[in-house]
Design a protein around this ligand. Structure first.
Ligand SMILES: Nc1ncnc2c1ncn2[C@@H]1O[C@H](COP(=O)(O)OP(=O)(O)OP(=O)(O)O)[C@@H](O)[C@H]1O
Length: 688
């Protein structure tokens, strides 16, 4: 009979197998690595050594002091009246306690005890002591009363005003003594809500509550707890607490980051306060848990350091925001293409404008700002823009296409210039700070910002061309000194073509609604890796995940610079540019090449004869069409308004007569405004 298959699979009898001799793996002679990592604790507390923290602490204390002074200052009459009312009770208390003191009442229980226990010796000793005390205290009281009375009489005779002042002071003091302990006359001006101090057990409670089996098991075991241990004591770090700990074997900081909400619940804090992060200088199991006193969006951000002063070198990192601990966070715009995305109203445009302001503060940089929302969010930048447009009408798109075509040619020219340079000047075939500063080469930084970039990308006629040029700017631009910035409130494949989303270097994700949008902005698998812009709440405006600067993405609260502040920064930037000699294009009233042949100001002036003070816009449009049908065919009144807007010319109500001879008020342009704009433009051009 043949063996059944199971026979072949039968287990080998034990006697056929060599017994397994356990090997010792821990060799007692294994040498020690002799590497010791020592970390010195700072001599002084962090806020004492950091200028900004020190200033913030001093400012906070000063502001509280000032407020308290004002608060109590206005209440002085009320306090005085209340203390006056309480002074009789205070006087009674004073007399009663002086009486107790003079007659040594505090030792009465001891004397009673000696009487009750019939301890004669002790009683005699206490009685003697009392006698001496009463004599001394009585004398002190008598002397004080006599001198007090004498002093009062002396004051009454020589300086009665002082007597009243002393009396008033005495009444107030008696009033203080007469206060009820639960109803003090002078209360605190600043009410402080005490936050719970972070302790080790609170941290462990928080970690235990995230539902990670390894962590919970480790905490249950106690002791060294499967590798779970605090590596240093919990300290104050900026406006919050910091705990450094090793997680149980196999658990990574990402596991904790994913569970921020339950962790916050376990710590009894708002989720915006709780920021777990890995420690890039340590192993993969090290967690830095930073717990802020307030959520990030409620913490007062330091002012943007470049708001009032300072110049930018786009090749170097520039501060643009703060992390959770309110430490500065910088961004390096050169050699990058930038993508900014979020749902509407989260601060995308503000962030793009901030980045454009940074570029404006480098006087070498050429700025192209296009706002397709059309609300003029970038209008503060007009005085420093080489190309600027706000709007999504066909004429706006045509302007942008023309500007982008110029950039396409510029990319080609730059590539040739770089190719022609010797290796010694251009070792890495890319623009260097020195090359950018050499005006003869024309390799200065060019920064192009397109807000709501989905609008031009989806344009029927020019969409593909715009996308191709923008993709080229994203891919080749960084090496050739061109920075493309693309902002969208609809981060999908159509709004943000793959050529751009895949090649962008710097990525800023404000709040988004789902994984696809998150990964479209931050990069593939970022959501899975724990970098989730979905975790932001709607009040986290201006807060984003930033990827591309440093090894790992980080959370940044971008500096808040509103339109008014932006105008001030731009005024400073314009001054720098005037000095450097870089005010070009839109800033001096020049548009892209297509409109170069058409001088709208000159043409409008040509159709308003000197004897007419003002003409209706619709009439100007009709006359322009007659003047140059090829350039102005189909123009209406609003085209005239839009074309003159960049020159600061606004239409006003103008009285005129219709063709039927009826008198009417309609929107029109004054001839004087045109002549003024031409004079200003010519002066600017001459200066440039
Ligand atoms: N860094 C910031 N810090 C605090 N608040 C900010 C910040 N940036 C923007 N905000 C607030 O968020 C609001 C919306 O900003 P913004 O207009 O930039 O949003 P958006 O995402 O561009 O919206 P939309 O997509 O509708 O254009 C602003 O009015 C401003 O008050």
């Amino acid at each position: 009979m043949t063996d059944s298959p199971t026979t072949h699979l039968r287990a080998v009898p034990d006697e056929d197998v060599e017994p397994v001799i356990p090997k010792m793996v821990d060799n007692p002679n294994l040498p020690d690595p002799k590497v010791r990592d020592e970390k010195r604790k700072p001599v002084l507390a962090g806020w004492l050594t950091n200028r900004r923290d020190f200033a913030a602490t001093a400012r906070h204390a000063g502001a509280n002091l000032g407020y308290a002074t004002l608060f109590h200052g206005v209440r002085i009459p009320v306090y005085a009246a209340r203390l006056g009312i309480r002074s009789p009770r205070g006087a009674c208390r004073f007399v009663a306690s002086t009486n107790r003191w003079v007659w040594d009442r505090e030792a009465a229980p001891l004397r009673d005890f000696a009487v009750r226990t019939e301890d004669v010796d002790e009683y005699m000793r206490l009685a003697k002591l009392r006698q001496g005390r009463i004599r001394l205290r009585g004398l002190v009281t008598l002397v004080a009363a006599v001198f007090g009375l004498g002093f009062a009489l002396w004051l009454y005779v020589l300086a009665p005003v002082y007597l009243y002042a002393f009396a008033a002071g005495g009444v107030l003091l008696l009033g203080l003594a007469g206060q009820q302990p639960d109803a003090p006359v002078i209360g605190p001006a600043v009410l402080k809500t005490e936050l719970q101090k972070m302790t080790g057990s609170i941290v462990l409670r928080g970690l235990d509550s995230i539902g990670n089996a390894k962590i919970s098991a480790a905490i249950k075991k106690g002791g060294d707890m499967n590798g779970l241990r605090f590596t240093s004591e919990i300290v104050r770090d900026g406006p919050g607490y910091r705990a450094d700990l090793d997680l149980p074997y196999g658990v990574t900081p990402e596991d904790i980051i994913e569970a921020r909400k339950p962790l916050a619940s376990g710590l009894r804090r708002k989720v915006g306060c709780v920021w777990p992060a890995p420690d890039p200088t340590e192993h993969e199991g090290r967690l830095i848990l930073w717990v802020g006193d307030k959520p990030m969006n409620e913490t007062t951000k330091p002012a943007w350091p470049l708001l009032k002063s300072g110049q930018v070198d786009l090749f170097k990192p520039v501060v643009f925001g703060n992390d959770q601990r309110m430490r500065d966070v910088s961004v390096t715009l050169m050699f990058a293409a930038v993508v900014v995305g979020s749902i509407p109203r989260m601060g995308k445009t503000f962030l793009m404008r901030l980045l454009l302001l940074i570029a404006a503060l480098d006087p070498r940089a050429e700025l192209h700002a296009f706002d397709f929302k059309g609300t003029g969010d970038f209008s503060a930048l007009e005085p420093v823009c080489h190309r600027y447009r706000a709007g999504e009408e066909d004429e706006d798109i045509e302007y942008v296409v023309q500007a982008l075509r110029e950039l396409k040619d510029e990319l080609r020219r730059r590539a040739k210039v770089i190719k022609s340079l010797p290796r010694s000047r251009c070792p890495e075939s890319k623009v260097t700070p020195e090359l950018a500063s050499d005006k003869t080469l024309g390799l200065h930084p060019i920064v192009v910002g397109l807000d709501e970039c989905q609008v031009p990308f989806e344009h029927e006629k020019y969409g593909q061309e715009i996308e191709d040029i923008c993709t080229d700017i994203t891919k080749r631009g960084p090496a050739l000194g061109m920075v493309g910035m693309f902002g969208t409130q609809r981060p999908d494949a159509k709004s943000l073509p793959t050529g751009i989303s895949a090649n962008a270097v710097l990525r800023f994700a404000l709040k988004v609604m789902g994984q696809p949008a998150n990964d479209m902005i931050l990069g593939t698998s970022m959501y899975k890796a724990g970098y989730r812009a979905t975790m932001f709440s709607r009040s986290d405006r201006g807060i984003c995940w930033m990827a591309g600067e440093g090894d790992d993405p980080r959370i940044v609260a971008s500096a808040f610079v509103d339109a008014v502040a932006a105008e001030q920064v731009v005024a400073r930037a314009r001054k720098m540019r005037d000095e450097y000699g870089n005010v070009t294009g839109h800033a001096i009233g020049k548009g892209p090449e297509t409109t170069a042949g058409v001088d709208i100001l000159a043409d409008v002036l040509a159709v308003i004869p000197a004897d007419e003070d003002a003409v209706w816009c619709e009439r100007i449009a009709a006359r322009l069409t007659g003047l140059r049908p090829d350039a102005y065919a189909g123009w209406k009144g609003e085209n005239v308004t839009a074309a003159l807007k960049p020159w600061g010319i606004k239409p006003g109500q103008v009285w005129g007569q219709t063709d039927e001879g009826e008198g009417k008020n309609r929107r029109g342009i004054k001839r004087a405004d045109i002549t003024t704009a031409i004079t200003r433009r010519d002066a600017d051009r001459a200066a440039a």
